[in-house]
Write a protein that binds this ligand. Structure first.
Ligand code: ZEM
Length: 293
């Protein structure tokens, strides 16, 4: 009697192999949908995972990737989240294929896949996030404002529990993707290879000459030699502040050090505020679909 057998098997409890299938589905979709700008949804998927996590407030324990509350109007409509519907919609067919995974675990797993498939370091992962209703939406203003300076960066990232070194390592994500005038108002990519993770962001910050761009948009920098790259005011602050600059110099010189520190800090970011039942030494790693060599 199949019905009885099924009953005895109990509720479906997903295992490593099940999450691996989801990882592989995200990686495959990234590869297949190369029609998107610069050839990859990777950057915008990483931004979704970051904005889901970066609302964390250590003092109250609110926000963070547990909940996926950006699905709802108050938080989804925050100015900082403009354009992230693109990433959420990209993941809908995968959610439909694997309905057992929560949105909040899926968004973070997609962030892991985006980093790894863009040839970045391995990011260990554990599931355990549950979806919560709109009453858990965080207030506006928890994510960084690109027009501001070091005091703001330290206040925002300090609230999540990050120090100067971690702020700089995290900022290396701006090797990837670009700014959009119809999302943030800013315009252009930071590097010449916006779909491959490297330490180029740090190298360009130090090696290029930067000047204010003359245009009608928000204040941003352009590189003097090609005028095709950009830096936000908050990016440039990393080269000017005494606490930040040594880390920019270190990561510009040493891609391995950047990858090691980036992996460690992204892992922490992605786990902020999550009540895991899986222990820290039980995290999983997934094999990239692309090879980095
Ligand atoms: Zn970003 N980021 N970010 N960031 N970010 C943008 C794009 C991307 C800041 C910021 O204001 C902006 C981190 C930190 C900080 C990514 C990842 C991470 C954009 C452009 C802005 C304005 C949005 C647009 O117009 O589409 C500020 C002020 C930060 C403080 C340090 C951290 C941390 C990140 C991940 C770990 C990524 C991947 C993008 C590119 C998105 C895309 O669509 O191409």
């Amino acid at each position: 009697d199949l019905g009885a057998a099924k009953k005895e098997a109990g509720p479906f409890v997903p295992k490593y192999e099940d999450y691996e299938k989801v990882y592989n589905a995200v990686a495959k979709a990234l590869e297949e949908h190369d029609e998107y700008e610069d050839g990859s949804y990777g950057p915008v998927l990483l931004r979704l995972a970051w904005h889901a996590s970066g609302t964390y407030d250590a003092e109250t324990g609110t926000g963070g990737s547990n909940g996926a509350t950006m699905r709802f109007a108050p938080e989804g409509d925050h100015g900082a989240n403009a354009g992230l519907k693109t990433a959420r919609d990209f993941l809908e067919p995968i959610k439909a294929q694997f309905p057992w995974i929560t949105y909040s675990d899926l968004w973070i797993l997609a962030g892991v896949a985006a980093i790894q498939e863009m040839q970045g370091p391995i990011i260990p992962y554990r599931p355990g996030r549950s979806d919560r209703d709109m009453s858990f939406c965080t207030p506006d203003g928890r994510l960084p404002d690109a027009s501001k300076e070091q005091k703001h960066l330290r206040a925002i990232f300090g609230r999540m529990g990050f120090n100067d070194q971690e702020i700089v390592a995290l900022s290396g994500a701006h090797a990837l993707g670009r700014c959009h005038t119809d999302r943030s108002g800013y315009d252009g990519p930071w590097t010449f290879s916006p779909t491959v993770l490297t330490n180029d962001y740090f190298r360009l910050l130090l090696d290029e000459k930067w000047q204010w761009r003359k245009w009608n948009g928000p204040k941003q920098y352009e590189d003097v030699s090609t005028k095709t790259l950009m830096m936000l005011p908050t990016d440039m602050v990393l080269t000017k502040d005494k606490g930040f600059r040594p880390w920019v110099e270190k990561y510009a010189k040493d891609n391995d050090a950047f990858f090691k520190d980036f992996s460690a800090v992204v892992l922490r970011l992605f786990e902020l505020g999550v009540p895991f039942t899986v222990a820290e030494d039980q995290r999983w790693t997934f094999k990239p679909r692309v090879s980095s060599t």
